[in-house]
Design a protein around this ligand. Structure first.
Ligand code: C2E
Ligand code: MG
Ligand code: MG
Length: 703
């Protein structure tokens, strides 16, 4: 068998060979062999070796074709693939011719091979291009440089309805929808000229006249010299995408039940309306509408009746508004109307109509219903807020309308809101101050002037403000009055005072501390429990070291209840003082009902004690009262020796005030206690008023 030895590929792509079968002479033509190890001499040997370079799939076919040629053929032309030693696969076309003698006996064979790889590859590319063209899911239009259609694919026909024959030679203009301006097309051509490419959405017309949107991409094809040879346009029909988009937009922007704009669309429209309003120097009104009894209707008749009601009321409310106004449904029973070109004071009639639209009775199925709406109103730019805040403000006003009895509207009060906002900000600031540890307790000693002993100290809160310095309680406590944070702060005060008592105790100093508590803290039903928890953190402290000062001015809602709480606390070991006594309206009631240990005469009576006989009388009476009720009594705001002397004469031994010491940081207390009374003369002088020799000697010996 002759081996397939025809794989000699010249580097120039051509190889020739001959084989004289009678002489067994073999020659390779004057080609330059790719297999440079092959020479004429080795031809016969390499023939077999070369077989292995053939692509395995081509071996059998090649072999049988050659066998047929040798048997009874004259010449054949065959193609096959060969691997070059480098591994590269090349396509070969080979021609072979056999020579026979007159008797038909084979005498020789020669052949030529040519490398057709390049050709094969471009042939495949063309095949691929053709297949893409035919099978593309996009419509394709190819035009010549003048814009005449030279080919279209099947999808073109499927989309436009025109057959290939109908459009060949025509201009794609035949598809024009008439929806775009000439400028639109000019822009396409300008972009093409500049970038060789344009892509965008365009409306075209089908053969049946129907308009449709398409996504179109046009490219210019240039030859190697840069001259435009073709325009290729690819397009797909995007009508279904557009439809889908529309549906989605509807879902995203409209309430499916009432078909009114939803919150999202309102959020888009309101800023636009506000903008327009400013431009036209007009006002607009935002109305927040909440149906008053929808829940009851749902509960009683079922949600489908509720739904019907919403649909009907939406319609009614919409009818009361003008064309340019917006009514949106932003929640179950919540609507927002935006009325343009109006101010709050001249929209009264629309508001009344809206209220009536809702409150007129309405029949849903078998049921006759009658509900109402509460509405809140704010106007822009009088309420110069952002769109979200405007809605919020109208919403807050709506709650006011609910509070005053529904079926009415309330106009948002900006000033009141600003006060509220400031309060909220203040509270937040104080909350963070508490977290940041910006509060401190100062301590003001309380003394027994007669015995010259320190009987305790009052803890007074201060705010070590990073910017404003040390702030007294009057600067911040009123801001949190009746807010839960005041209770949190109150607990911090007690905890801090307890830890201070423990710290002093560690230094060998025993100082009872009184802390001020606000009414809301004391009135918590579980106050005693809280106090117990705080105390149990310091088991080494005798609870008798802690006294709680209740302001006489604090409005205790239920004195008996408070009394009970106080008794519970007293069981824990703590005691109570009634602070600022004489300044409120309920001095005697409190004195009678509350388990008070100590009465603190308010400083306002003490201040003018020496010059105002009325004040003197009051102080004297309070001291008497305390004695009758068997309570202790202390005078606050004692600023001078003369004051304390007078108090002593009136029978009030316990005093507290700048005259003794100002409130000071905890760390200064031990030294102060050790040195008081530093000026023994002060004490002695003072005590002389009482002419009490024993007390004088005691005082001068102390400290
Ligand atoms: P308060 O309980 O009657 O405390 C006495 C106030 O009078 C303190 O003012 C004190 O510095 C001041 N004071 C003491 N001696 C004199 C004096 O001789 N002359 C004058 N003019 N004033 C004197 P402060 O510290 O500004 O406290 C004011 C009020 O704030 C307190 O009155 C108390 O009602 C409240 N307070 C203070 N700390 C706390 C606290 O931790 N919790 C609560 N809830 N209230 C507190
Ligand atoms: Mg006090
Ligand atoms: Mg006081």
């Amino acid at each position: 068998m002759l081996p397939l030895n025809l794989a000699f590929i010249a580097e120039n792509g051509l190889g020739m060979w001959a084989w004289n079968l009678s002489t067994q002479e073999r020659t390779l033509g004057d080609s330059i062999f790719a297999f440079d190890h092959i020479s004429n001499e080795s031809f016969s040997h390499t023939a077999i070796a070369l077989e292995k370079y053939l692509h395995p799939d081509d071996r059998e076919r090649g072999d049988s074709e050659i066998q047929a040629l040798l048997r009874d053929g004259a010449q054949i032309e065959m193609g096959f693939r060969v691997y070059r030693p480098s591994g590269e696969l090349v396509h070969i076309k080979s021609m072979m011719k056999v020579f026979r003698d007159d008797g038909g006996k084979l005498i020789g064979i020669h052949g030529a091979s040519i490398d057709i790889t390049e050709f094969k590859l471009s042939e495949e590319k063309l095949k691929l291009a053709a297949s893409v063209f035919t099978h593309a899911s996009e419509g394709i239009t190819i035009t010549d440089p003048e814009g005449n259609i030279i080919d279209v694919n099947g999808e073109f026909t499927a989309i436009t309805g025109y057959s290939r024959q109908e459009v060949l030679g025509k201009n794609p203009r035949i598809l024009k929808s008439g929806r775009h301006s000439p400028a639109f097309y000019t822009e396409i051509w300008e972009t093409l000229a500049e970038k060789d490419h344009w892509r965008g959405e365009i409306w075209n017309r089908r053969k049946n006249g129907e308009l449709y949107p398409e996504l179109l991409s046009i490219s210019l094809v240039r030859d190697t010299t840069g001259i435009i040879t073709h325009h290729v346009a690819l397009f797909s029909d995007i009508s279904h995408i557009k439809e889908q988009q529309k549906k989605l937009e509807k879902i995203a922007h409209f309430d499916p039940l009432s078909h009114l704009p939803n919150r999202t669309l309102l959020r888009e429209r309101l800023p636009l309306a506000m903008h327009q309003c400013l431009r036209s120097k007009q006002s607009l009104v935002v109305v927040f509408i909440d149906l008053d009894e929808l829940k009851a209707v749902n509960d009683k008749y079922g949600p489908h009746v509720g739904d019907e009601l919403i649909i009907a009321l939406s319609q009614r409310m919409k009818e009361t508004l003008r064309e340019n106004d917006t009514l949106a449904r932003i929640g179950g029973d919540e609507f927002v109307a935006v009325l343009t070109g109006l101010e709050t004071n001249n929209c009264t009639s629309i508001l009344e109509r809206l209220l009536q639209a809702v409150s007129r009775s309405i029949t849903v199925g078998e049921v006759e219903l009658k509900i109402s709406a509460s509405m809140g109103v704010t106007s822009y730019p009088q309420d110069n807020s952002g769109s979200d805040l405007l809605i919020r403000h109208a919403g807050l006003a709506m709650y006011e309308a609910k509070k005053v009895g529904k079926n009415c509207y309330h106009v948002f009060d900006l000033e009141h809101q600003m006060v509220e906002d400031t309060r909220r900000e203040n509270i937040e600031r104080i909350r963070s101050a508490l977290q940041q540890g910006e509060f401190v307790l100062y301590y003001q000693p309380k003394v027994n002037i007669s015995k010259a002993t320190v009987i305790g100290a009052e803890a007074l809160i201060r705010w070590q403000h990073p910017e404003r310095g040390l702030l007294p309680p009057a600067e911040f406590l009123p801001l949190i009055e009746n807010h839960p944070i005041s209770i949190e702060l109150g607990e911090w005060v007690i905890a801090t005072a307890l830890s201070q008592i423990a710290a002093w105790q560690g230094l060998g100093i025993y100082i009872p501390v009184s802390v001020n508590i606000c009414a809301s803290q004391l009135q918590q039903t579980d106050f005693a429990k809280h106090l117990q928890a705080l105390l149990s953190a310091w088991p080494q402290i005798d609870p008798r070291c802690l006294q709680l000062e209740v302001l006489e001015t604090s409005e205790l809602d239920d004195v008996l209840q408070v009394s009970k709480i106080m008794h519970d606390c007293i069981k824990l070991g703590v005691s109570f003082a009634l602070d600022d006594f004489g300044t409120g309206y309920s001095s005697l009631t409190y004195l009678r009902h509350l388990p008070i240990n100590l009465i603190k005469i308010d400083q306002s009576f003490v201040r003018d004690l020496l010059i105002n006989p009325d004040d003197l009388m009051i102080v004297e009476s309070v001291v008497g009262l305390a004695k009758s009720f068997k309570r202790e009594v202390i005078a606050e705001g004692v600023e001078t020796i003369a004051h304390s002397a007078a108090l002593l004469q009136l029978g009030c031994e316990l005093v507290q005030g700048y005259g003794i010491a100002r409130p000071m940081p905890a760390r200064d207390i031990p030294e102060w206690v050790a040195n008081w009374p530093s000026d023994a003369g002060w004490a002695a002088n003072n005590l002389m008023y009482r002419n009490d020799a024993k007390a004088i000697s005691e005082a001068t010996n102390t400290g």
